[in-house]
Design a protein around this ligand. Structure first.
Ligand SMILES: *Cc1c(COP(=O)(O)O)cnc(C)c1O
Length: 380
């Protein structure tokens, strides 16, 4: 396909190496890992190896990885599983106003079930202060769920500081690391994280795959019943080809993370640099220093999102208005609404997100095309 894909935070292309790693598990290695014959044993071995590779990527151990169908399921499993397992202890949960819907809608469901939720406000860059978490923790708090890096604006949260607080207060800490995992070095032990969600399709792996890290000894109330897969935490025959693809994506990301961070950050800086040079009016949403390298969210006052996205699409550029789930509906983004109270800035915000396959030449062409569109729309 021609065109410039700048929507890697929505999903990312599956790498060739990943597809290749999956194929044998459709064709020759089709045994059920729960079967005791050689076909099953072979697949079991492959699955164990994938679990080891994935665990070591975040300094977890083998037993602490649960394979899931992606970020949404991992978030739900962590939040609902922990809440229902600990409800005798307390029914209070702390989160932030800028979480992904997979977290927000899960805690809203818990509110309907009698839990109480505190939604921490963020500053204008979309960040919470560790102190806010400490102040919000009560006797009956059982879980803190704060995302690692934001999918709409890229802002990183002070995860290590929050981990220290929750660990001291003996409250579980979950973080949605779906966007951060590909470019941030994560150590769950050092950062004192109890639960962490990752999705494969955001890191050039297959769609419909992910994992949840759950600290050893931590019990989550299961949401699926059946066989004894995943240490009885998630019943159902494993998506073996998908898991093998995710393993390959993880290996590639681990090997390339540091360079990747720099490349993506250079793309972001280049695009912003061109906006500055060409002297168009724009406002950065989020933070430049405390941010994921691949997410750039900017408002172009005098334009509106729908017109911008249609024109960018006509110009061959795929961008987004924030989260994919919010796109298509006229409702302003809950993330931007939590950051500032400025209608025009909210309704003219575009998210560009960079990733595998993008070149600096593409970034430059996209930036120049964006400027042409902004100039046209604002002169009308
Ligand atoms: C994409 C995304 C999810 C959902 O992951 P899926 O694998 O698509 O279910 C959750 N959280 C964040 C921050 C995301 O960007």
């Amino acid at each position: 396909m021609s065109g410039i894909y700048l929507d890697h935070a929505a999903t990312s292309p599956t790498r060739e190496e990943v597809v290749e790693a999956m194929i044998p598990y459709f064709t020759t290695q089709y045994g059920n890992p729960s079967s005791i014959h050689q076909f099953g044993r072979n697949t079991r071995q492959a699955l164990d190896e994938a679990r080891r590779v994935i665990a070591s990527s975040i300094n977890a151990n083998f037993k602490e990885i649960i394979f899931t169908s992606g970020g949404t399921e991992s978030d739900n499993m962590a939040i609902l599983g922990a809440a229902f397992a600990l409800q005798e202890k307390g029914k209070h949960i702390i989160t932030s106003k800028v979480e992904h819907h997979a977290v927000l809608h899960a805690v809203q469901y818990l509110e309907e079930k009698g839990f109480e939720v505190t939604y921490l406000p963020v500053d204008e860059e979309g960040r919470i202060e560790p102190q806010q978490v400490e102040d919000a923790i009560r006797e009956d708090t059982i879980l803190v769920t704060i995302m690692y890096g934001n999918n709409e604006v890229g802002t990183l949260q002070p995860i290590q500081e929050i981990g220290k607080i929750t660990s001291e207060k003996e409250v579980l800490f979950h973080t949605d690391a779906v966007q951060a995992y590909g470019s941030v070095v994560i150590d769950v032990k050092h950062m004192e994280i109890d639960l962490l969600s990752v999705s494969a399709h955001k890191i050039n792996g297959p769609k419909g795959n992910g994992f949840l890290y759950a600290r050893e000894g931590l019990w989550l109330e299961p949401r699926a019943f059946g066989g004894e897969q995943e240490r009885k935490r998630r019943a159902g025959t494993e998506n073996v080809p998908g898991i093998m693809g995710m393993k390959k994506a993880v290996e590639l990301i681990q090997a390339e993370k540091v360079d990747r961070h720099e490349q993506l950050l250079n793309m972001k800086k280049r695009m912003l640099g061109i906006f500055k040079e060409e002297d168009i009016e724009y406002v950065l949403n989020g933070s430049i220093s405390n941010s994921l390298p691949h997410v750039l969210n900017v408002s172009f006052p005098g334009t509106n999102v729908e017109a911008m996205l249609v024109n960018l699409d006509l110009g061959g550029i795929a961008a987004s208005s924030g989260s994919a789930c919010t796109a298509g509906s006229i409702e302003p983004s809950h993330v931007l609404a939590a950051m500032f109270d400025d209608h025009e800035r909210m309704t003219s915000a575009i998210r560009f997100s960079f990733g595998y396959g993008n070149t600096m030449d593409e970034i430059e062409r996209a930036a120049k095309e964006t400027i042409r569109i902004v100039n046209r729309l604002t002169s009308m």
